[in-house]
Design a protein around this ligand. Sequence first.
Ligand SMILES: NC(=O)C1=CN([C@@H]2O[C@H](COP(=O)(O)OP(=O)(O)OC[C@H]3O[C@@H](n4cnc5c(N)ncnc54)[C@H](OP(=O)(O)O)[C@@H]3O)[C@@H](O)[C@H]2O)C=CC1
Ligand SMILES: O=CC(=O)O
Length: 334
Amino acid sequence: MKKKVVVYKKLAPSLIAELESRFDVTAFDGVNDGNRAAFMAALAEAEGMVGASVKFDAAMLAKAGKLRIASTISVGFDTFDTAFLRQRGIVLTHTPGVLTETVADTVFALILATARRVVELAELVKAGRWERSIGPDLFGTDVHDKTIGFLGMGRIGAAVARRARLGFGMKVIYHDLHAAPSVEADFAAVRLPIERVLAEADFVCALLPLLPSTEKLVDAAAFARMKRSAFFINGSRGRVVDEAALIEALRAGTIAGAGLDVFEKEPLPAASPLLSMPNVVALPHIGSATHETRAAMAETAVADLIAGLEGRKPAHLVDESVWQARYADAGGMA
Ligand SMILES: NC(=O)C1=CN([C@@H]2O[C@H](COP(=O)(O)OP(=O)(O)OC[C@H]3O[C@@H](n4cnc5c(N)ncnc54)[C@H](OP(=O)(O)O)[C@@H]3O)[C@@H](O)[C@H]2O)C=CC1
Ligand SMILES: O=CC(=O)O
């Protein structure tokens, strides 16, 4: 009998066909109130699942009694209760690498758009309010030759640092748990305590995973340390920031502006004060959202799911020890 697999995000027909040639597939285009019961029924029988943007807490995962591998079409895996997965021996895979350059482009777009007031001024033109040459009240701030400070210097941080240093001549400083020797050698990056990164950067970029240790890491005290002329850029997860403190810092002029791809609650509620602030550029979590990259992410996630269910080690394990403990000696899941 074929193994059962649940797909919970719309995939290209070719990927669905690839899965269907091997497994008994039940596919959903997202999970919502209308299809939740059917999704949970399919999940209860599934040995594998692939998708994105659904939160899997312990209560939900407890109902997936036969599940052996979950493959998320994202690099972040904060939507999963990883302690529960580990305890149950459920393997989790993700999609690092294939999206790095695209997300770095998005982060740099936010830096430029925020500093140069691109959205605010484009809206002025579209509204027919470009009546005379723009004056100092609408001037922006230079990006080139400034200091960029990273909170988290991983794959995406390094790709943004390359753009900043080689493209814009920026000074690169960063805070991370570990040193990043190649970024230091290639882009003259300097690792500093978080307090100094916050105080010295003209652009503070959060590129951290959401973990208990990073939740609300950027709080009121962090904004108070930043220059009043500095911009805060968030390309990681909304919850690494205390959003109420961010709103207050923007209101009070503690910082100059913010470029945000991610929010505490997504989609961002229409009533959010962030939406009425001209010094905020807000994007709908589009870090990796290009045709090419989303296709590559889906292919990566499907390939890892197939590998795992066919007894081969998936290439992008979140926690290798889960695979080692449960499947390595047995020659895989097959
Ligand atoms: N906006 C979007 O659409 C996207 C958002 N993301 C988000 O970006 C995040 C980063 O992605 P990526 O660069 O690939 O991930 P990486 O794991 O390569 O980079 C994260 C870096 O943060 C460091 N870090 C972890 N905890 C802390 C801490 N408490 N203090 C300082 N540094 C810390 C990590 O160090 P160490 O390795 O030592 O743990 C690592 O160097 C993802 O987790 C995801 O949430 C990703 C893709 C798209
Ligand atoms: O937010 C996107 C991701 O890949 O993580």
